[in-house]
Design a protein around this ligand. Sequence first.
Ligand SMILES: [Mg+2]
Length: 334
Amino acid sequence: MGDPLGPFGRDRTRLSKNAVMDPQRTVADLGEFKLIDEVVKQVGTGQHVLIGPGDDAAQVSTKGGSYLVSTDVLIEGRHFRRDWSSAAEIGQKAAACNLSDISAMGGVANALTVGFAAPGDLAADWVIEMIKGFVFECDHIGARIVGGDVTASDKIVIAVTAMGEAHRPVRRSGAAPGDIVAFAGRLGWAGAGFAALSRGFRSPKLAVDAHRVPHPPYAAGPQAAGIGATSMTDVSDGLLADAGHIAVASGVAIDFESSCFEIAEPVATVGEALGVDPLTFVLTGGDDYALVATFSAQTVLPKEWTRIGVVTDGTGVTVDGVPYEGAQGHEHFR
Ligand SMILES: [Mg+2]
């Protein structure tokens, strides 16, 4: 037996090896967000943590300043399918969703590490093509892969950590009643493409391609921070769901005005073909990595940003004053 006090003088025997666990309470019972809440309770904070869990990225102080860091895991069959997307497209998407989280803080990503797991019979060229997609996407903003890890698993797993910098990080918690809500990028395109692919269609091409490779408006993140955005997040799970995170973090209500949304043609086409109100894709479709932000009412929005709603007193997210009927976006384990 070694010294029970570790190198930093802590009693290492204090962590129970025989914790009483409730085998009946599963992660699916809790759901993604309650599980994260319970995990966050355990991690605490520290003097270097300027922004901890709960935003699109954390902010950690250094001697010279600070950096942003965020992580995301993509699993084959859940986040991507090899029969729907090429290796390069999957790499692009894995990079994009991580770079977007840094942008959603008002920052610019500059470095990524990539954890990669795959079955041994995967073609080596698939991995090379995937990394080419990664590098291509990172080139949009000058970010670089700086390290990673490779291991074996039954399914392909791509775990990415992105790091970057922001002059003034924008959190989810700063929205105030009276603010306006605006978005940059695309809404509903990837959701419509996913719906089409799910029904066995391979068109309309623009929607299907949007599902395969998102086009996050990377520059709009720092732009919003520069003009005083009070809160911001990226739309990964659906506009209503992600705006809901701003509403909860800020202690406000958000009301979207349906007349403010222009339905893009590929989204309308899928809606018509599948008999679905295309606004459903705009409000609940994920994977476009648009940015949604709030600004004080007098802010003059640059052309990249479109006003779509208002922040009010209260709780929850509504459309034209009433809760939106239908799917509310994606939550893992549900
Ligand atoms: Mg995000």
